[in-house]
Design a protein around this ligand. Sequence first.
Ligand code: 1GP
Length: 252
Amino acid sequence: MKQQLYQQLLEKKKTGRKSFAVLIDPDKVTPANIEQLVQLATDAAVDYFFVGGSLVISQNLDECIQQIKATCHIPVILFPGSPSQVSKHADALLYLSLISGRNPELLIGQHVISAPFVKRSGLEIMPTGYMVIDGGAPTTVSYISNAAPIPADKADIAMCTAMAGEMLGMKLIYMDAGSGAKRPITEHMIHRVATHIEAPLIVGGGITTPEKAYDNAKAGADVIVVGNAIEKDASLIKELATAVHSVHAAIV
Ligand code: 1GP
């Protein structure tokens, strides 16, 4: 199995370098938007594009990824809301298991059904323990999965969930307050989780400012993901990327 991007993430973690990922929801972009995002992301040295959404209604996932791949070298990592969101044009796939929920379909059921198809895609598969944290607004994933998020002030539940996920073999942990969350994940919870796992930690949901991105990375997130705020104002990419990348400089 390919492990190129994962090895790169491990290497970055070892050397204290933080990554910034721009989340693109294929339902919300046009070819002109993508062109602009790619340009801004290239200029800002963005580390990854995450592509996907809880619900992808349109059919342009392949086109969206092909356009990104044709115009830049930033790796594209799928962040799928369902097994239908797999595209062989991407570089890797976050193979998500919703470990904060108790819905067997999203823990293992859908994976079983789509396993041969996912394997045939040839993508780098990144087994990811996906944890939804209460961000003050119901998220699509919580609604669809009928799974309660982890309460925002229960850092120990998040910590134990992440530890269990890692011991079950998850290679990444993704803590998500949900797209457009009113309250992003607290630094306290991030720190609690980050200090109890070795796997790289991805954090997203409701991050709208470079300061918050910086604080989250400083608290222990290895990859910061921003979607909504960039959809509203793409020029934020530069400041967000600079803030996240500066964390490494601040700790050495
Ligand atoms: C959501 O973590 C992502 O799944 C990003 O959230 O769109 O709020 O930045 P935002």
